[in-house]
Design a protein around this ligand. Sequence first.
Ligand SMILES: [Zn+2]
Length: 206
Amino acid sequence: MTEATKFYFVGNKLGIDFANTKIAVNGKQIELLEQFSDLAAWALSAGLISAEEADESLGNWKESGQSILGHALNFRAVIHEMIVGLASGASVDDEALDSINDQLKLNNGNTEIVRSETGFEKVHRADYRDPEQILTAVAESVADLLAYGDLSLIRKCENPECVLYFYDTTKNHKRRWCSMAACGNRAKARAFYQRSKQTKDVAGQV
Ligand SMILES: [Zn+2]
């Protein structure tokens, strides 16, 4: 059974969540995509494939899994660098666009119109038994972000030790943390400690 619990889905965009698969804990970088099974687990967590499909693709791609993973990590490096740049107001270079376009070309899916609660919805159907399609879904997400997103809403978590990014969809656009539980509460506790320490120091001088 594919493990599917260690990943972060705080980015609000699939492409950013994919970039967030290399994390830092206590200043130490941690690679969450160590082997091909991790990539399948990520796709499962992201809702791209079902548990059966994840197990099936692990069986089918045993031989070439390592090279697919290598390709995925290269693509992630491009996306990650682009997200980091966008979060600090930099532009996107042509090499990044070429990489995204190369991945989009491998798309074997089709668009479908389906009924939704409010009317109709356009959805993309891909055969995720071809693991390349996982990266194509990421590329689609990044392409949508560049074409239709507000790039000024791409931010890094304010915890200096955290390396996670997100697309701020809050109403007042004041989101500061990857998640309140992971980084927000810690920062609050630190601020509280600093304040009470200052109060004590001042009190000590009197
Ligand atoms: Zn964080």
